[in-house]
Write a protein that binds this ligand. Structure first.
Ligand code: IMP
Ligand code: MG
Length: 183
């Protein structure tokens, strides 16, 4: 669905599908140059990164392996605690691999900071991060993210894989959720 299909649930459209695709095309060219001749493993973080992974990886003009990880932040409330639980681990041995973590969004940065540390202990040759979205004002820890699609304001967004209570992932655009939806 497009933002126009659910207008009442959204306030601003921050990034359209067309803008996302153009940006992923750019990032894919950049990644292919940077990893030329290397054994690249793309690691997607479920479930939010499914759309980014699908669209980015198909634009990548080089071969790459793909694996998935599912994690959840546990602790009180909706806020990321930084304590992460692995729900589904990788199937791949990271030894000697050049890993590119593919993420939907960097909010506090706590999840990624934990993931980066975890991956480093598994003997990867290199580890970098690609995130479609980043909220600079929400950062609690600084993440060294080599490939960023768009910096956005500190608001709760949905679409293009991002959900509110498992809903809105199939929205093609990225938009701010209207406050009345929360209540
Ligand atoms: P962090 O640990 O705070 O960086 O949180 C990262 C995860 O929280 C992301 O991978 C998303 O799954 C989720 N998240 C953060 N911000 C949003 C948002 O605005 N909308 C939907 N999900 C979000
Ligand atoms: Mg995520």
């Amino acid at each position: 669905m497009r933002a126009a299909d659910i207008q009442d649930d959204l306030t601003d459209i921050l990034v359209t599908e067309e803008e996302i695709h153009a940006k992923l095309e750019e990032l894919a060219a950049q990644v292919a140059t940077d990893y030329s001749g290397k054994d690249l493993l793309l690691v997607g973080v479920l479930k939010g990164a499914v759309m980014v992974m699908a669209d980015f990886s198909r634009r990548l003009p080089m071969n790459a392996s793909m694996d998935w990880m599912a994690v959840s932040s546990y602790g009180a409330s909706t806020k990321s605690s930084g304590v992460v639980q692995i729900r589904k681990d990788l199937d791949t041995d990271l030894h000697g691999k050049h890993v590119l973590i593919v993420e939907d969004i960097i909010d506090s940065g706590l999840t990624l900071s934990w993931l980066l540390e975890n991956f480093e202990s598994r003997g990867a040759e290199s580890i970098e991060v690609l995130a479609l979205l980043r909220k600079p004002e929400a950062a609690k820890v600084q993440i060294d993210c080599k490939y960023v699609g768009f910096d956005i304001p500190n608001e709760f967004v949905v679409g293009y894989g991002l959900d509110y209570a498992e809903s809105y992932r199939n929205l093609r655009d990225v938009a701010v959720l209207a406050p009345h939806v929360y209540s």
